[in-house]
Design a protein around this ligand. Sequence first.
Ligand SMILES: Cc1cc2nc3c(=O)[nH]c(=O)nc-3n(C[C@H](O)[C@H](O)[C@H](O)COP(=O)(O)OP(=O)(O)OC[C@H]3O[C@@H](n4cnc5c(N)ncnc54)[C@H](O)[C@@H]3O)c2cc1C
Length: 410
Amino acid sequence: MTGILDAIVIGAGSAGLGVSYFLKRHGYGHLVLERGCIGETWRTQRWDSFRLNSPNIRSLLPGDSPDLSDPWGASTQHQFVSYLESYVERHRLPVTTEAPVEVLSRDDGLFLVATPGGVLRTRNVVIASGSLNCPKRPHASVELPTTLRQLDSSAYRNAAELEQGAVLVIGNGQSGGQIAEDLALAGRSVFLATSRAGRLVRHYRGGDIFNWMTLSGFLDVPRSEFVLPSGKLPPRALLGATHTISLQSLSAQGVVLLGRFVGLENGRLVFGDDLDDHMRFADESSADVKRFIDDYIRRVGLNAPPAEDDPAEVVAPRLPSPPIRSIELATSGISSVIWCTGFRGDFRWIKIADAIDDDGQPIHQNGIGFVTGLYFSGLDFASTRKSGTIPGIAEEAARLVNHLVGRSAS
Ligand SMILES: Cc1cc2nc3c(=O)[nH]c(=O)nc-3n(C[C@H](O)[C@H](O)[C@H](O)COP(=O)(O)OP(=O)(O)OC[C@H]3O[C@@H](n4cnc5c(N)ncnc54)[C@H](O)[C@@H]3O)c2cc1C
C-alpha cells in the first residue's frame, strides 16, 4: 500500500476497539489490525466455567448505554466476545482480522507496520495488543520432571481434560483461586501454593463490590499510591465472578493450602513457611477495601445497609496440621501443575528505539509513548487501578485519542 494512514490501532480487544470508537468519532482515518479474531484473548485463554468478574453494567465499551436485562450479571467469555463483535458492527469500526503485526518500525517520521499482507505506513500507532495475554512462569518450573504435565492458567479448560490424579495449582490471584475452586467442585484433589494476593468480597453493604469500588473512587486511585516499594505492581486481588472466593472457603472445600512454591529439592516439592502470612494479607486487603467503601458511604451520607458477614470469609478453614512444607512428588499422586503466576504483554515485535525498555515492556507515561505518535492502550495499572480493565477503557481511550488528535492538529 502506498498511502499514508493517520492512525493504526494494533489489537481488537476491548482497548483497541475503545480507541477505534473515539478515532472514528473524531473522523480520524484509521485501521484496527487484529492478529486473530475480534476478542482473540477471550476466545483462546479462558477456562470453560469462566465468567467476567466485572458485572455487565461495568463491562460496556464507550458509546454503549447500559440497556441491559441483567446489569449485575457476569457474562461468560463467549457472551463477551459476541458483545465485542456486535460493538464493531454497530459502530462500524474498521477492523481487519487475521492481520498480525510482525514488525513495527519507524522511518523518516512515519511508522512502518509490517503484516503478512504488506507494509502499511502511518503517522500514529496505538498499541492495544494486551498486557495480560502472555503467561509468566517462575524459573522453578524448569526443575519439574517431564512426567508431570505443566500448563498455564490460559491453557486450562476443565478438570476432565487433565490426567487422572491430584492437581497442584500455583498462585491464588484471580485465575488461581477460581481454577482451584473449579477443580475442587469437579471432585479433584487440589493442592494450592499460595502467594501474597489480596481478596475482594463479591457483595458488600447491599451492593456489588465493583459498583462500590467505582462509586467510592477506589478504582481511580493513582498508580503512585499502590505501586510497591520495589517498583513492582501488586497482583490483582482474587474476586470470584458470582460469589466470594477466599483461601478459607477453598480450604473448607477440601483444597490443601500450602505456602509459596519454592522448587523441587531431592524429589520433594518444597513450600515456604508463609501460608499464615498469605491468609492474613488477603484478610487485611479485603478489610482495607471495605474500610475505603465505609468511609465513602459515611462521607456522602448514603443510607446503605450495615456491613454483613460474607460466608466465604467466616467459614472455618481446614488447614493442614502441622503445615505442609514439602511433598514427596513420586508418592503425592500429583499429575498436573497449573501455573497461575500472572501475565505480561509481548512487545518483542516493536523495533523502535525508546519504545520498550530492557525488560521488553512499554516506555510510556499514562499510555503516551516517548516516541512521538506512539500510544499504548489497555496496559494494566497504567495510570490508576482501573487501567487495564474493561471499565477503564472509556476514560483512557478518550484521553489518548484527544492527545493524538490534538497533537496531530497542532
Ligand atoms: C483470566 C483473566 C480474566 C480477566 N477478567 C476480567 C474481567 O472480568 N473484567 C475486566 O475488566 N478485566 C478482566 N481482565 C483483564 C483483561 O485482560 C482486560 O480487562 C482486557 O481484556 C484487556 O483488553 P486489551 O484489549 O488490552 O487486551 P486483549 O483483550 O488481550 O486484546 C489484545 C488483542 O491484541 C491482539 N494482538 C496481540 N498482538 C498482536 C499483533 N502483533 N498484531 C495484531 N494483533 C495483536 C490479540 O490477539 C488480542 O485480540 C482479565 C484478565 C485475565 C488474564
